[in-house]
Design a protein around this ligand. Structure first.
Ligand code: COA
Length: 160
């Protein structure tokens, strides 16, 4: 299902490019876009964070809503919302971080959650990303725990 599509205009501070660029952020059909989605996730979670490739894809993928960010036709960011209101697999290509793409992916996921009548969303944040999620209105809950050797904390956000 394709619900919405937004563009993020980047008057670029990108190091190598000086003109304005457009990033397209949309909710996409998983089966039609799974190659692009897993390209980003594999690069970030498997190659960068050393998460085993067979754990990167799971049984929630086919039943989740997926958001994809495209830059010049290339997949550069993604994230998903599971049917029970859990956001996860949020990733932005390393060379394009800190340009607002992750925020746009999250805002789209929050919009999808509202459309699906969720009253709140929850996620397991890698500890380094806590400030990223706090800026998006999430608050920490409980203690730090380790998953696949990476420190996480549960974060929650109410939706209005
Ligand atoms: N520490 C502190 N602040 C951070 C941050 C970090 N690691 N990452 C982003 N932010 C802040 C930005 O400064 C920005 O703040 P502002 O709104 O005040 O300007 C805001 O969060 C939005 O940042 P944005 O540029 O949209 O984030 P991004 O495109 O770099 O994406 C991640 C953020 C976390 C998705 C990206 O760093 C990533 O893919 N990391 C590797 C995968 C990962 O760890 N995913 C999270 C799993 S829980």
């Amino acid at each position: 299902m394709v619900s919405t599509s937004k563009v993020l205009k980047m008057v670029s501070t990108l190091s190598k490019i000086s003109t304005q660029h457009v990033i397209k952020i949309s909710t996409v059909d998983y089966f039609a876009n799974q190659r692009a989605i897993h390209l980003v996730r594999h690069a970030v979670f498997v190659c960068e964070q050393f998460i085993p490739a067979d754990l990167e894809i799971d049984r929630y993928d086919p039943v989740s809503q997926h958001v994809l960010a495209l830059f010049e036709g290339h997949a550069v960011g993604t994230g998903r919302l599971t049917p029970d209101g859990r956001i996860g697999r949020v990733a932005v290509a390393k060379h394009l971080r800190n340009q607002g793409i992750g925020r746009c992916v999250m805002e789209e996921l929050l919009e999808v959650a509202r459309q699906h009548r969720h009253h709140e969303v929850v996620l397991a944040a890698q500890c380094h990303a806590i400030p990223f999620y706090e800026r998006l209105g999430f608050y920490q809950e409980g203690h730090v725990f380790k998953e696949l050797g990476i420190k996480h904390v549960t974060m929650r956000r109410t939706l209005v």
